[in-house]
Design a protein around this ligand. Structure first.
Ligand code: UDP
Length: 446
């Protein structure tokens, strides 16, 4: 294996959610090694059915509020309940997931070559007094309302991440995501697009809250994911950026459109407007256009048709499964699996890191910055591979072999600690990778 040929590892927190799972699919298609983390509070393994069958996808059940299980040089932070009924169900979990999650990510990224793309939200603008909303608008948010756990949690996470950038140059990239829709939205998430489509397809009345004159601007998920990838790679990145589709429509017009596109003839059921429901929302995407050349391509009719098709298929599959008395079996198993490929994969990574270490020492062929990236990426990958492989219950002999290799590698790297970055890389190995290995060896039957 030549230098720089190891796949880049990306961590996606909230991977089993609607947006997280679409992001994982796209990252796998782009050739990344993807580690998905989710505590399944609102996410669903069914969303990772395709990703779970991919050889370069790894799933870890875990909570972003706790120490992160892997080191990655690119992180997409999507862990947080995001629909009003979900995030209001457990306000404490919602707020702490945003705030402590951001803190954990900063701890992982500080002093390392790591980019964090953080999913913030248009909710930071609250019930906006400026329309459309540019990034420079500070918002109009109730700090103690029913939406506050989400709005204020996301605002606080932005503060933490931006301070980490200001103080420690952590490459934290804040994206304010406006209403997004598409295949895989949960039937029961209470969001307006998923609710209307489900109701129309099931022949139920469409529940319009208030007089339906409130507006939203809906972005199709593929457009959003394209924008997210551009955020991850653009250089330099500047401050928070809005992502969404500025095409605005009222909720009443959306109901009419869903009825037309589904062919449903069900009536509208008028319901009371929820507390603090923003009256209007539309992103100003001038900055995304300039910085990312971002331009949403899927119009609302086209996006809704694709979404309706997906909802129809899923409802039919569910009905079929019910009829046959079978249950969905996810491609990802949460049980420990027998060892898959530790023996073959790890030595390959160790060899790769060693050759990078050589190049690092001798300074051949690469600039200092390139060497830094290759060595730390390789070590990050090595660390991740180990973490993931350890979940597969390796034997003690296999662990001992890896341990020996890592110790030798660390000794070599010790001599290569010419600058601060070298020290940090060796730190990862010494303080995280090796202790982890020691713990696993201690737990492993002889
Ligand atoms: N809404 C509605 N009927 C529903 C669900 C939502 O009329 O069954 C309205 C809701 O009051 C809000 C808009 O649709 O004004 C968008 O709601 P959603 O929960 O999708 O997103 P958010 O309010 O977070 O933008």
């Amino acid at each position: 294996m030549g230098l720089g040929t190891v796949r880049r590892t990306v961590l996606v927190t909230g991977a089993a959610g609607f947006l997280g799972s679409h992001l994982c699919d796209r990252l796998l298609a782009e050739g990344f090694e993807v580690v998905g983390l989710d505590n399944l509070m609102t996410g669903d393994l069914i969303n990772l059915d395709a990703a779970g069958r991919h050889p370069h996808f790894h799933f870890e059940i875990g909570d972003v509020r706790e120490k992160l299980p892997v080191y990655a040089e690119l992180v997409f932070n999507f862990a947080c309940p995001a629909s009003p009924i979900h995030y209001q169900h457990d306000p404490y979990a919602t707020l702490t997931t945003s705030v402590l999650g951001a803190q954990r990510l900063i701890e992982m990224a500080r002093g390392r070559n790591c980019t964090i793309v953080h999913a913030s939200t248009s909710e930071v603008y609250g019930d906006p007094l400026v329309h459309p909303q540019p990034e420079s608008y500070w918002g109009n948010v109730n700090p103690i309302g029913e939406r506050s756990c989400y709005d204020e949690g996301k605002r606080c996470a932005e503060t933490l991440l931006h301070d980490a950038y200001r103080r420690w140059r952590v490459d934290a990239r804040i994206v304010r995501i406006f209403n997004t829709y598409g295949p895989r939205m949960a039937f029961d998430d209470g969001r307006v697009v998923s609710s209307f489509i489900t109701q129309a397809l099931m022949g139920q009345p469409l529940t319009v809250f208030g007089d339906g004159a409130q507006s939203r601007s809906f972005c199709y998920v593929d457009d959003l994911v394209e924008g997210l990838l551009r955020v991850a790679t653009v250089s330099p990145f500047e401050g928070p950026v809005n992502l969404g589709n500025p095409g605005e429509l009222t909720i009443k017009d959306l109901a009419t459109l869903v009825l037309e596109l589904t062919g449903a003839t069900t009536p509208i059921a008028w319901r009371g407007l929820p507390v603090d429901d923003p009256r209007k929302r539309k992103p100003d995407i001038t900055k995304a256009r300039r910085l990312l050349k971002f331009e949403p391509e899927v119009d609302i009719r086209d996006g809704l048709v694709r979404t309706i098709t997906n909802f129809r298929e899923r409802l039919a599959a569910m009905a079929n499964q019910r009829q046959r008395g079978v249950q969905f079996a996810p491609a990802i198993s949460l049980d420990r699996q027998p060892l898959r490929d530790l023996a073959s994969v790890l030595p390959e990574y160790v060899e790769h890191v060693r050759s990078c270490g050589d190049a690092y020492r001798t300074g051949e062929r690469m600039t200092a910055a390139e060497r830094m990236i290759v060595v730390s990426e390789s070590l990050g990958n090595l660390h991740n591979t180990l973490v993931l492989a350890l979940n597969d219950a390796p034997t003690n002999a296999e662990l001992r072999a890896v341990d020996d290799q890592l110790c030798a590698l660390l000794a070599e790297l010790g001599q290569a600690q010419a600058d601060q970055d070298g020290v940090r890389i060796a730190d990862l190995l010494e303080h995280e990778t090796l202790p982890l290995l020691a713990r696993c060896r201690a737990e492993c039957p002889a």
